[in-house]
Design a protein around this ligand. Structure first.
Ligand SMILES: [Zn+2]
Length: 321
């Protein structure tokens, strides 16, 4: 299943590939000083050591949904407790089963610095490294879905970017990677990338809402930072900012949502809401990196931490913790 990826990896990491890559980054280095975005070593945007280390850390995609408290529910019938689908108790209707999300790696250390440099510091040259990472996690997510659903055609739907972020960066990082996958035929078989969800132009505050959400600001009228808000408040911040067209317009369409980084899951949740409102089924999501599960880096009593039980979450659904 990962033959094309292995081929690309071989090509990228072959002496000839490295030679070409080195020549190209040499050209760039001639224009501006370059250092490794992960460790700071001079001469390459991502040095050979970090390239190998970070790639190793992304070779085994893992289920990341339990760390993201704002994710929506899975489609009915999706087993939740066991990512392999083998758990017979997973279909218990009294339990909240979040949308299955596969992540290529943990959003920390070198991978986080690489993704950040690619997204926010104009390092589009890192697309050559990140594209095979995304290809692998997409393939794994599609394989997961087809194990549950059979060999269904799947539409891969990227979360929409905002006009503001395009103006700031000059490019849509996720779209750049997906174009590369399409060009190099690295998309999973039987899948097409279609930007079914958009943030309507003229939706004056959508970009501002997303930016506030991303940078820790609260919703209008709230005091205190976003991280002090509960799961439902975070979700309200991006709710109803996206559309996938008329209700029923996507009936019968099976989707997998793609994003670069999973934090609370609020952006994916809004994308899923728009798709489901248009009648599509959303069977899962795939991301390059996911923030570590909250249990690992916070106190368990913090009510603002997604995934940690909070009395204010009252939507009548018992949430698996
Ligand atoms: Zn390095």
């Amino acid at each position: 299943m990962d033959m094309p990826n292995r081929r690309l990896d071989r090509m990228l990491y072959s002496p000839a590939g490295q030679g070409i890559a080195a020549a190209l980054s040499g050209l760039a280095a001639g224009l501006a000083p370059v250092s490794c975005v992960a460790c700071g070593a001079p001469d390459h945007s991502l040095c050979r050591v970090c390239t190998a280390r970070i790639r190793r850390g992304t070779l085994h995609p893992y289920p990341a949904q339990e760390g993201a408290g704002a994710l929506p529910a899975a489609e009915p019938g999706v087993p939740g407790a066991d990512p392999t689908g083998a758990d017979p108790t997973g279909a218990d209707p009294d339990l909240f089963v979040p949308l299955p999300v596969l992540a290529a790696g943990v959003y920390s250390g070198g991978l986080a610095r690489t993704v950040l440099a690619f997204k926010n510091r104009g390092h589009t040259d890192l697309a050559g490294f990140l594209a095979p990472v995304l290809a692998d996690v997409l393939q794994a997510a599609v394989t997961d879905v087809r194990r549950r659903e059979g060999d269904v055609p799947l539409v891969l739907v990227p979360v929409p970017g905002t006009g503001g972020s395009l103006r700031k960066r000059g490019y849509f990082p996720l779209a750049l990677l997906l174009r590369r996958l399409r060009r190099r035929r690295l998309l999973p078989a039987g899948c097409a990338v279609v930007s079914l969800v958009s943030i309507p132009t003229g939706y004056g505050t959508a970009g501002a809402l997303l930016r506030r959400w991303n940078h820790g600001g609260g919703p209008a009228g709230a005091s205190g930072p976003q991280k002090g808000l509960g799961r439902n408040a975070r979700r309200r911040n991006v709710r109803n900012t996206m559309t996938a067209g008329m209700p029923g317009g996507l009936a019968g369409v099976n989707c997998l949502v793609i994003d670069d980084v999973l934090t609370t899951g609020a952006t994916i949740a809004e994308t899923v809401r728009a798709l489901r409102r248009a009648g599509a089924r959303v069977l899962g999501a795939a991301v390059i990196a996911a923030t570590p599960a909250p249990e690992r880096n916070t106190t368990p009593t913090d009510p603002a931490v997604p995934g940690v039980r909070s009395t204010g979450a009252g939507n009548g659904i018992a949430r698996r913790e």
